[in-house]
Write a protein that binds this ligand. Structure first.
Ligand SMILES: [Zn+2]
Length: 1026
C-alpha cells in the first residue's frame, strides 16, 4: 500500500474527526486595520514572472521546505453544499466553511509572513458576498500581497473521469470570472490544484494548459505508478495533454504531491486532529520541540530524495481544516522558527518557509531543468492491489444522465439568451436567467457530485439544484422564443418524455412543437411524443403536411406520434399537430416473436397481435444504411451491416452482471460507490435469451427485447440514420439475494483487436488502451476486470484496423475490452456494502425501491479510416440534441404588433463546416457575448476526407440576430486576453518548445487547427425588432 493510502481506507486524513465543542475564533481576531497593510515586498519585479512578485525569499544553497497551508472544501459530499458552508450537522462531519474563511483571514492579519491557499469559488464567492466592505478591502490587500493565494479557482475542483470537457470549461470559467471581477490580475490563479480527484485525465491537463495555468499539482495516482516515479525521480514532469495541439499549447508542468494532500504524520495541528502541539518551553514536562525538530528535519530530507530540486513541498491541511486557523498557524510559526534556528545553531541546511503552490512552482521553474514528458493519462487509479477506483465511472447513472441532459439544456439557454438579447431576461413570462443553471451545473462537476460518490441525501440535493436551475432557464426560453418567433404562446416543457409522459400532447386536440437546434448545422430529428388514441396531421413551418405515424409501445400500450423535424442551424422550426376529427387511430399490430413465456404481455390488444404465427425466418431491421439481424432462437442481436460501406460484422449483444465483492481472503475490499471489485472475473447472464416484439412502420423499425423483469431494450432504426440505437432500461436491480450487482451491456465480435481498445478523454481526444498494460510502468495486474476499466465519457471503440465498432454513450460510464473483439459498458450498479472510502453508505439508490435507469447506446460500424466522421458528428448531435418546447394550439398573441410571426428561424447566416463545433455562445455582459469555436477533429483522424485539416471561418455577418462590433480573443476560460497571456516556459526532454506569438486577430479569417478551441469576447449590437 502506498504511503498515501490509508490502511483504514479513509478517503482523506482529516475529514472524519469527531465533533467537538467549539470556541469562537472570531473573538481572537484582531480588529480590522484602518489602513491597508503596508507590507512592502522588495523583490525586483524584473526578475520575477508576472504573478510571482510576492513570493517569499528562499535560500539557494539549502533544502527549502515550502509549507502550504490549505483547506480542502468539498462542494458537497457527506453534507450538502449549504450544510458545509454554514456548518450544519456537525455530527455527520465537523465542517463549516464560513468559519474557516473567517478564521483564516484573522490569522493571516496577525502575521504578515503567514500565507494560505484557497481553491473552491462556490464557497469563497458566497462568503465574499456576505462580508462588509472593510473586510473585503482587507482581503483584497491580502490577495495583492500574495498572502492569500487562489489555486485552481474553478467553481469547484472538478472530477476528471465522469465530466465532459464542455462542462469543465464552463465551471472553470465561472470561478475564474469571479476572481477576475473581484481581484483582477492579483487574484488570477497560476497553478491548477486537483489534490483529491480519483485519477487524472489527459484532457484535463490540456484544458488547464489552454486556460493559461503555469503548472498543475495533484495528490492521487496509482500506488504502483507512484513507487516507480519516486524511484525514477519523475514525480514532477511535463504532461503533454494533446496529441493534436502543437507543443507547448497543451503542455502542462505537473507535480505529484508527496503526501496526497495531507500533512506529514504527527504534524497535523488542526482542531480536527489529535497530534500534539509544539511545546517549546523546556521547563514543561510536555516539552517536545527538540524531538519534533529532529523528526521534521529527517522527514524533509527523506521526502526531498524523490524530487529533483532543492525545494520540496508539504501540504499543511486537509478536508475542512482551519476552522480554528490559529491552532495551525501558531504551531507552523513555531516550527519555522525552531527549524530555521538550527541553521545558526548547528549549521543545518534546511530552510522552512510559508509558501504557496505558485511560489513552489516558481522555484521549480527557476531551476531550469529538463523534464521528462508524459503523454498518456492517470487512469485507472488504485490505492492497493484490489482497490481500483473504477466503480465511480458508472455510480449513480441517473444523476450522470441528468447532468449531461442539463449540459444540453444550459447550452440551449445560453444560446437563446445570446440570440434574443435583453428580451430573453425580461419578457412576458417574467425574469429569465441562465445563471442559476450555470451555477448548478458547475456544482455538479465537483469530484463527489457527478462522480456519484456522495451520500444519497447529497445526491438528491445536487438533483434539486439542477431542477431549480432549469426553471429560470425555461422562463428565458419562453421569452426568447416569443421574441424570435414574434408570437406569445402558452409554452410547455415536457420533462418526462423518457417515460412517455407529456400532459399537453396527450390531451390537446391541437398543439405546436417548437424544435430548437443548438448545433451550427441543420439537423433532422425524429420527434416522438406520447399522444391520445387519434389520428394526427403534422404540418411543417411552411404549412405542408409531413409524414407522421402513431406507434403503440408494446410494453406500455402508450401511443407515440412520430415525425421527422428539420431544423436550421442555431434556430428553430415550429410544427403544428392536430387531431383529424372523427378518426381513431388503428395502429398496426406489432409483429411478434416470443419465446418460452408470454406472461409479460398484458394488453389484450397485444394478445391479439400474438396470434400472428412466430415466423421462422430471420428477424431483421434495416434502413438505407444499416441492417441489424437478430438470432431467431435467442432474440439477441447477432449481426450488423453497414450497407453503404458493404461491411458485415457478427455482433452479439447481451446484458450481464458482476457479483459485487464484499471482500475475500485476498482483501477485505468491497465494491462500493468508488471501488469496482467483482467477486469473479466472469459476469453472469441477465438472461441468455430475450422475448422480442417488433414494430415496423415507415418511420421506425424497432425490436423490443425483454431480458428479465428488470432488464429490457429497444433496438431501433429510423430512416436516414447511420447508427443502430439501443435504448436500454435496467432496474430496479434486485438485491433480495443479498448480492450486489453491477450490470453491463457487452458486445462480442470476431474482430481481432490484439488487446487494444479506445476510449475518449472527457468527450474529446481519444486514448488507446491496452489490456493489462500501462504505458509508463510494468503493471502487476491484480484485478483483471476492474484494473482494465476506463472512463468512457462519450465513446468507446474496437477495431481490427479495417473495421471499427464504436459505441456512443449518453452519459459517463465505465467500460473495457476484456477479451479481443469484445467491448463492455457498465450501465447500472446496486451495492450492499460501503467501500470504506469515507462516504459510509452502500450505493443502494435507493434503499427500499431501487432505481430504474434508461439510457441509449448508439452503435456505429464503419471502415476504420472513415469512422471518425461518423462518431464525431453523431456524438455532437447527441450532446447538443434539439430541445422540444410545446405550446397549446389555440394560437398565441403577437409579441410585437408590427411583427408578423415566423415559424422558422436561424441564428446563423451560413452553417459552420462539419469540423467546427460551436462550443459556447453565451451572454457575458450587457452588450458582450462569449463565443467559443472548436475544431472537433483530431490530427490525422479523418484519413479520407479533409475534416482533420485546418479550417478558416469568417465571423463577419455570421450571426443573424446580432452584429459583432468588436472581437477580442482570450485564453480558454476567458479570464485573460490572449495577446497579454504568457506562461512559464519549461524545457521538455523531447526538445525545446516555443509559445508562438499570437497573430493579429482578423474576424474575416479565424483559423482553427485540429482540436483547437478559440475563445472570444464579442461586443455585439442586437438587431432592432423589425
Ligand atoms: Zn474532495
Amino acid at each position: 500500500m502506498g504511503a498515501d493510502a490509508r490502511p483504514s481506507g479513509e478517503r482523506a486524513a482529516g475529514g472524519r474527526g469527531a465533533a467537538r465543542p467549539w470556541t469562537s475564533s472570531r473573538a481572537r481576531c484582531p480588529a480590522l486595520p484602518l489602513l491597508p497593510f503596508l507590507v512592502v515586498f522588495l523583490a525586483a519585479p524584473s526578475v520575477r514572472a508576472a504573478g510571482y512578485e510576492t513570493c517569499p525569499t528562499v535560500k539557494p544553497n539549502m533544502l527549502n521546505v515550502h509549507l502550504v497551508a490549505h483547506t480542502h472544501d468539498d462542494v458537497g459530499w457527506l453534507k450538502t453544499v449549504d450544510q458545509y458552508f454554514y456548518g450544519i450537522h456537525n455530527n455527520v462531519q465537523h465542517a463549516g466553511v464560513q468559519y474557516i474563511l473567517d478564521s483564516v483571514i484573522c490569522s493571516l492579519l496577525a502575521d504578515p509572513a503567514r500565507r494560505f491557499v484557497y481553491v473552491e469559488m462556490a464557497f469563497f464567492s458566497r462568503w465574499w458576498h456576505q462580508q462588509t466592505k472593510a473586510t473585503q478591502d482587507v482581503v483584497r490587500d491580502l490577495v495583492r500581497q500574495g498572502r492569500l493565494e487562489f489555486a485552481n479557482g474553478g467553481w469547484v475542483m472538478n472530477d476528471e473521469a465522469s465530466t465532459h470537457y464542455g462542462a469543465i470549461i464552463d465551471q472553470m470559467t465561472l470561478g475564474l470570472r469571479f476572481l477576475e471581477d473581484t481581484f483582477g490580475n492579483d487574484g488570477r490563479p497560476r497553478v491548477a490544484w486537483h489534490i483529491d480527484p480519483f485519477g487524472h485525465s489527459r484532457e484535463q491537463a490540456s484544458l488547464f494548459a489552454q486556460m493559461g495555468f503555469d503548472g498543475f499539482f495533484f495528490g492521487r495516482l496509482d500506488y504502483q505508478d507512484k513507487l516507480v516515479r519516486k524511484a525514477k525521480l519523475e514525480m514532477e514532469q511535463v504532461w503533454r495533454g494533446s496529441a493534436s495541439l502543437k507543443p507547448p499549447a497543451a503542455d502542462l508542468f505537473t507535480g505529484v504531491l508527496p503526501n496526497m494532500y495531507n500533512p506529514p504524520d504527527n504534524l497535523c495541528w488542526d482542531v480536527l486532529c489529535a497530534d500534539k502541539p509544539i511545546v517549546d518551553d523546556r521547563r514543561s514536562p510536555e516539552y517536545n520541540a527538540e524531538n519534533l525538530v529532529a523528526y521534521f528535519l529527517k522527514l524533509a530530507k527523506d521526502q526531498s530524495q524523490f524530487y529533483r530540486t532543492n525545494h520540496t513541498v508539504m501540504t499543511m491541511g486537509s478536508d475542512f481544516q482551519y476552522e480554528n486557523a490559529d491552532m495551525w498557524f501558531k504551531n507552523l510559526d513555531k516550527l519555522i522558527q525552531l527549524v530555521n534556528a538550527q541553521q545558526q545553531a548547528n549549521g543545518s541546511r534546511v530552510n522552512v518557509l510559508y509558501s504557496t503552490p505558485a511560489c513552489y512552482l516558481w522555484e521549480l521553474n527557476k531551476a531550469k531543468l529538463t523534464w521528462s514528458v508524459k503523454q498518456d493519462d492517470f487512469f485507472p487509479y488504485a490505492d492497493g492491489p484490489h482497490m481500483f477506483w473504477t466503480g465511480y465511472f458508472t455510480s449513480r447513472p441517473a444523476l450522470k444522465r441528468y447532468e449531461r441532459l442539463s449540459y444540453n439544456f444550459l447550452q440551449v439557454c445560453n444560446q437563446l439568451e445570446a440570440l434574443a438579447g435583453p428580451a430573453a431576461n425580461r419578457g412576458p413570462y417574467g425574469a429569465g436567467d441562465s445563471a442559476p443553471l450555470n451555477e448548478a451545473m458547475a456544482v455538479l462537476q465537483h469530484h463527489d457530485a457527478v462522480s456519484g460518490t456522495s451520500k444519497q441525501h447529497v445526491a438528491d440535493d445536487y438533483a434539486r439544484q439542477l431542477a431549480a436551475g432549469w426553471t429560470p432557464c425555461e422562463v428565458l426560453l419562453s421569452n426568447a422564443l416569443a421574441r424570435l418567433s414574434g408570437s406569445k404562446e402558452m409554452f410547455t416543457f415536457c420533462h418526462n418524455l423518457n417515460t412517455s409522459l407529456c400532459p399537453l400532447s396527450q390531451t390537446a386536440k391541437s398543439f405546436q412543437v417548437i424544435v430548437y437546434n443548438p448545433l451550427a448545422r441543420k439537423v433532422n430529428r425524429m420527434v416522438r411524443l406520447p399522444v391520445s388514441k387519434h389520428v394526427f396531421l403534422v404540418k411543417d413551418p411552411s404549412g405542408a403536411v409531413v409524414p407522421s405515424d402513431v406507434v403503440t409501445m408494446p410494453s406500455s400500450n402508450v401511443q407515440e406520434l412520430l415525425f421527422s423535424a428539420s431544423v436550421p442551424a442555431l434556430g428553430f422550426s415550429i410544427y403544428s399537430v392536430s387531431q383529424v376529427p372523427g378518426w381513431r387511430s388503428r395502429p398496426r399490430p406489432p409483429e411478434s416473436r416470443f419465446q418460452k413465456s408470454l406472461s409479460w404481455i398484458k394488453s389484450s390488444f397485444h394478445v391479439r397481435s400474438l396470434l400472428v404465427k412466430p415466423s421462422s425466418h430471420d428477424l431483421t431491421i434495416q434502413n438505407e444504411y444499416i441492417s441489424a439481424r437478430f438470432d431467431p432462437d435467442t432474440g439477441l442481436l447477432m449481426e450488423m451491416k453497414n450497407l453503404e460501406q458493404d461491411l458485415l460484422l457478427p455482433v452479439r449483444q447481451a446484458f450481464y452482471w458482476y457479483n459485487a465483492s464484499t471482500g475475500n481472503q485476498l482483501s477485505s475490499q468491497a465494491s462500493g460507490a468508488y471501488i469496482f471489485r467483482p467477486n469473479q472475473q466472469k459476469p453472469l447472464f441477465v438472461s441468455q435469451w430475450a422475448q422480442t416484439r417488433v414494430v415496423k412502420t415507415a418511420l421506425v423499425q424497432e425490436v423490443h427485447q425483454n431480458f428479465s423483469a428488470w432488464c429490457s431494450q429497444v433496438v431501433r432504426l429510423y430512416p436516414g440514420q447511420r447508427h443502430l440505437e439501443l435504448e436500454w432500461t435496467v432496474g430496479p436491480i434486485p438485491v433480495g439475494d443479498n448480492w450486489g450487482k453491477e450490470v453491463i451491456s457487452r458486445f462480442d465480435t470476431s474482430l481481432e483487436t490484439k488487446g487494444l481498445f479506445f476510449t475518449d478523454s472527457n468527450g474529446r481526444e481519444i486514448l488507446e488502451r491496452r489490456r493489462d498494460y500501462r504505458p509508463t510502468w510494468q503493471l502487476n495486474q491484480t484485478e483483471p476486470v476492474a484494473g482494465n476499466y476506463y472512463p468512457v465519457n462519450s465513446r468507446i471503440y474496437i477495431t481490427d484496423g479495417n473495421m471499427q465498432l464504436t459505441v456512443l454513450t449518453d452519459r459517463s460510464q465505465g467500460g473495457s475490452s476484456l477479451s479481443d473483439g469484445s467491448m463492455e459498458l457498465m450501465v447500472h450498479r446496486r451495492l450492499l456494502r460501503d467501500d470504506n472510502r469515507g462516504v459510509g453508505e452502500p450505493l443502494l439508490e435507493s434503499e427500499n425501491t431501487g432505481l430504474w435507469v434508461r439510457g441509449r447506446h448508439l452503435v456505429l460500424l464503419d471502415k476504420a479510416r472513415t469512422a471518425a466522421v461518423g462518431h464525431r458528428l453523431q456524438a455532437e448531435k447527441e450532446l447538443l440534441a434539439p430541445q422540444l418546447v410545446l405550446a397549446s394550439g389555440g394560437g398565441g398573441t403577437p409579441y410585437h404588433l408590427a411583427v408578423s410571426p415566423r415559424k422558422q428561424f436561424s441564428g446563423l447566416r451560413r452553417e459552420l463546416p462539419p469540423n467546427v463545433h460551436l462550443l459556447t455562445l453565451a451572454r457575458w455582459g450587457p452588450e458582450m457575448l462569449l463565443l467559443r469555436l472548436e475544431h472537433q477533429f483530431a490530427l490525422g483522424e479523418d484519413m479520407v476526407g479533409n475534416l482533420s485539416s485546418p479550417v478558416t471561418l469568417d465571423l463577419r455577418d455570421l450571426f443573424s440576430a446580432f452584429t459583432i462590433t468588436d472581437l477580442k480573443e482570450t485564453t480558454l476560460a476567458a479570464n485573460q486576453l490572449r495577446a497579454k497571456a504568457s506562461r512559464l516556459q519549461w524545457t521538455p526532454n523531447t526538445g525545446p518548445t516555443l509559445e508562438p506569438s499570437p497573430s493579429r486577430l482578423d474576424p474575416a479569417g479565424i483559423t482553427l487547427q485540429p482540436m483547437e478551441i478559440r475563445t472570444f469576447l464579442a461586443s455585439v449590437r442586437w438587431e432592432e425588432e423589425s
